[in-house]
Design a protein around this ligand. Structure first.
Ligand code: ZN
Length: 495
């Protein structure tokens, strides 16, 4: 890979987002500086992933994710695109979490008609997630008409028709299969080990007899999780954009988490009680089902019924079953012993409300996994209502809980919680198991940076809170020739 001197220059005032990007750079500079990156999301925060690459006259967008902000209000940041969608030549998606795909149909609605590259699994998950998102937005619009009576013409960010157009534009590219996506730019996806289908994006840019390698990590998974492989190591990187979600945290090892889960299940068996696990339908639900399967078959814990109460989780689990090649050989051999992947004879998926309500009348021991992951909506609230007041029951928190959510209150062990319109004493035992996250922690990231072999010319950290990013800079810096950047929103760099 070729090397050039330190030329990363911040050229845009990050505090002044522009409506249109083109036309800002004068042509002389454009010839000299043939690769320019602008960060339109996930800047010193974890949502809204969207990075614009300009390579000569071509424009490529990496991800088009949702900001953690409501979608319906006309002033929502989700409705501001600081670039012209019709000027894009390609969109490349890293994985199917909403903060990476959630604005793709909006992009289509705004005029983008070109290819959207995904891995095969990400393509399938994206269509399921975004159809669900369009459905939820119809409800949000109805609520918004009550909340903002002064606003006329309240509109969803996108509708089902936009999702269907997006699905037609998706082009599926398997891992490790190079493809020239625009002239002179070759895309190769590598497994990021974060969720099913997640990819590290490698772009090899060929120009004037030399090649430069641009790598966007997307979200990197943890190492040694038994289910998904470790993130792929990439070498000879010239320009790196890396995530930093847990750049300042060390998470529990998988073996320790399994021991903790073991103790919680043993307690439920002893007390004949219920365990309720709030979990996102994508990724975390399948991971928890797999961990319980591992407990029952490898660790010889007496199996107890596991109910997954989420129609969306069932649809997503079916996609997981279609991709056995995605899992580690160890996970495959364990799941091969059961009738279905992520669905052993102890696991039952609830589809209808009747099936969901039936769980109220069953006695423990049992595990109920339901969404939403932060307990803000969905069937989980009905189950919490049933179990919170009994000290024999347990609530297991396995994912990040944002401030102000019901899940956060439970994780913090408040005395009383409000579900719908009623207050309940929180007597159930609460366990917070942090390490089930799909994100690399500080040690995993340090390992991945080291494995690159160093010599990186320019590096940028995205997708992290400021404390996480700032803590990670010194870890990454030894492998980078120039100063590691933590860009502000809409900041541009020529490299
Ligand atoms: Zn993710």
């Amino acid at each position: 890979m070729g090397r050039t001197p330190d030329r990363a220059i911040a050229v845009a005032d990050p505090r002044r987002p522009r409506a249109h990007f083109r036309g800002v750079v004068d042509s002389r500079r454009r010839e000299e500086s043939w690769l320019r990156i602008t960060f339109h999301g996930a800047t010193r925060q974890v949502t809204g992933s969207a990075h614009l690459l300009e390579i000569g006259s071509r424009q490529i967008l990496l991800d088009c994710g949702l900001f953690d902000s409501e979608r319906i209000h006309p002033d929502s940041p989700n409705r501001q695109l600081a670039f012209d969608p019709r000027a894009l030549d390609a969109v490349i998606v890293s994985h199917a979490h909403n903060d990476h795909i959630g604005r793709l149909p909006y992009l289509i609605r705004a005029g983008y008609a070109g290819p959207v590259y995904t891995t095969p699994a990400t393509g399938e998950i994206t269509s399921v997630m975004l159809r669900d998102s369009a459905r939820i937005q119809r409800e949000e619009v109805r609520n918004a008409q009550i909340r903002y009576p002064h606003l006329e013409n309240v509109e969803p960010l996108f509708e089902l028709v936009d999702v269907e157009r997006l699905v037609e534009q998706i082009q599926r590219l398997p891992y490790q299969t190079p493809l020239e996506v625009v002239p002179g730019v070759t895309l190769t996806y590598f497994n990021a080990g974060h969720i099913l289908g997640s990819a590290i994006v490698q772009l090899d840019v060929h120009e004037a007899g030399r090649t430069r390698r641009f790598v966007f990590t997307g979200d990197l998974g943890r190492r040694n999780t038994h289910l998904l492989p470790d993130p792929t190591i990439i070498r000879e990187i010239d320009i790196l954009v890396a995530e930093s979600t847990y750049g300042n945290r060390q998470l529990d090892s998988y073996d320790r988490l399994i021991k903790q889960l073991h103790a919680i299940v043993a307690r439920a068996i002893r007390l004949q009680s219920k365990i309720v696990i709030p979990a996102f339908s994508l990724g975390r639900t399948q991971r928890m089902v797999y961990c319980l399967q591992e407990l029952f078959s490898v660790h010889k814990v007496r199996p107890i019924p596991v109910y997954v109460d989420s129609p969306l989780a069932l649809r997503l689990t079916e996609i997981h079953r279609d991709h056995p090649e995605a899992f580690t050989p160890q996970a495959r051999s364990l799941m091969d012993k059961d009738p279905l992947y992520f669905g052993s004879r102890f696991v039952e998926f609830c589809q209808s409300w009747d099936e969901s309500r039936r769980l109220n009348y069953l006695n423990g021991p049992m595990v109920i996994i339901a969404s939403s992951g932060m307990c803000e909506a969905g069937r989980i609230r009905h189950h919490l209502r049933q179990v919170v007041s009994d000290p024999d029951n347990a609530i297991v928190i396995v994912s990040y809980q944002a401030e102000g959510t019901l899940g956060r209150q439970i994780a913090e062990g408040v005395e009383r919680i409000q579900i719908f319109d009623q207050w309940y004493d929180l007597n159930a035992a609460v366990y917070v198991l942090d390490g089930f996250s799909g994100h690399a922690d500080r040690q995993d990231l340090a390992w991945w940076f080291e494995q690159t072999g160093g010599g990186i010319e320019h590096a940028f950290l995205v997708h992290g809170e400021p404390e996480a990013m700032d803590a990670l800079v010194p870890t990454l810096q030894p492998f980078v020739q120039n100063r590691v950047h933590t860009p502000e929103l809409h900041a541009s760099y020529e490299v």
